[in-house]
Design a protein around this ligand. Structure first.
Ligand code: NAP
Length: 279
């Protein structure tokens, strides 16, 4: 079974559009983009376009590639103070001279629709999240859409980034999976991935997961976005692994669209919270 994130996200966007219309709110998302990384530019553009489709206003601050941490923090603080803005998204990665943790901590936790502020990550760990980071949230939504059970199953997440792997491990744990979190220092990765009933790869390296690493009948979620010869591909060897897995996300058209719709769902949530209407 192909887990069609593109279609599920399109359906969720329609639902969100109707919710926004009936809420009487006009949520506003602000993005902060730094430099001229083509992938970052593309992601921000896609997010703005998706906002337009559902009735969310969007604005963007663009900073030069050489901006300092203080300058990025200042841009974020201006958006914190702007009462018209409900959600703030800082497009990652930031250039190496910028202290990313300081920038993420500068975002008002009530506007932190990416859920990367330590307060929001802490709430996620505590099991009472305010904003669940968009990619993990999108993955859980996708599994839920296809009625894929999580409780009691062994989920293996490869990649422990603060943006994807760690919050996903927390969410899966809250959903009663037994979770193993792997990373670059994990020994004998295939021995662990072969145990997975749900296998998620969030590494950013093509062919990280090949068929012999996958248990027969596993559900495989590919978060990776890599370019090989100018073509987008995931971390998973799709052709080989889809012959072994019971369900798999394609790249493109899997996790990516679910990430965007989850971000917009978080933005409506932020707008509702800021206006004290039920979330
Ligand atoms: P990241 O911050 O670079 O983290 C990569 C993780 O993979 C790290 O934890 C690293 O381990 C681990 N890793 C690297 N090589 C490994 C190996 N050989 N075996 C096992 N683990 C290994 O990346 P990220 O931000 O989480 O993103 C991961 C990928 O997902 C990227 O391709 C990114 O573009 C993509 N992504 C897609 C979406 C989407 O919506 N589709 C959203 C976010 C990210 P260490 O911690 O030990 O270094």
């Amino acid at each position: 079974m192909i887990l069609d994130g593109k279609q599920v996200a399109a359906d969720r966007l329609e639902i969100l559009k109707a919710e926004i219309r009936s809420s009487g709110l006009f949520p506003q998302l602000a993005t902060v983009l730094m430099g001229d990384n083509p992938a970052s530019r593309l992601y921000v553009k896609l997010k703005h376009e998706a906002c337009g489709r559902v009735g969310i206003g969007s604005a963007g601050k663009v900073l030069p590639a050489g901006a300092t941490t203080a300058e990025v923090v200042q841009a974020v603080e201006e958006l914190n103070r702007d009462t018209a803005i409900d959600g703030i998204l800082v497009q990652l990665p930031l250039p190496p001279q910028v202290a990313t943790p300081l920038v993420l901590e500068a975002v008002d936790p009530g506007k932190d629709v990416d859920g990367f502020h330590p307060c929001n990550l802490g709430r996620l760990l505590a099991g009472s999240p305010l904003f669940v980071p968009a990619t993990p949230r999108g993955i859980l939504s996708l599994l839920g859409h296809y009625h894929i059970p999580v409780a009691g199953r062994h989920a293996v997440v490869v990649g422990r980034s603060v943006e994807v792997g760690r919050p996903l491990a927390a969410l899966l744990t809250t959903a009663d999976a037994t979770v193993t979190l792997c990373h670059s220092k994990t020994r004998d990765l295939s021995a662990i991935t072969r145990q997975a009933e749900i296998l998620v790869s969030a590494v950013g390296r093509p062919r990280t997961i090949t068929a012999p690493m996958v248990r027969k009948g596993a559900v495989v979620v590919d978060v990776g976005t890599n370019y090989v010869d100018g073509k987008l591909c995931g971390d998973v060897d799709y052709a080989g692994v889809s012959a072994v897995a019971s369900a798999i996300t394609p790249v493109p058209g899997g996790v990516g669209p679910m990430t965007i719709v989850s971000l917009l769902e978080n933005t409506l949530r932020a707008a509702r919270m800021r206006r004290c209407t039920p979330v």
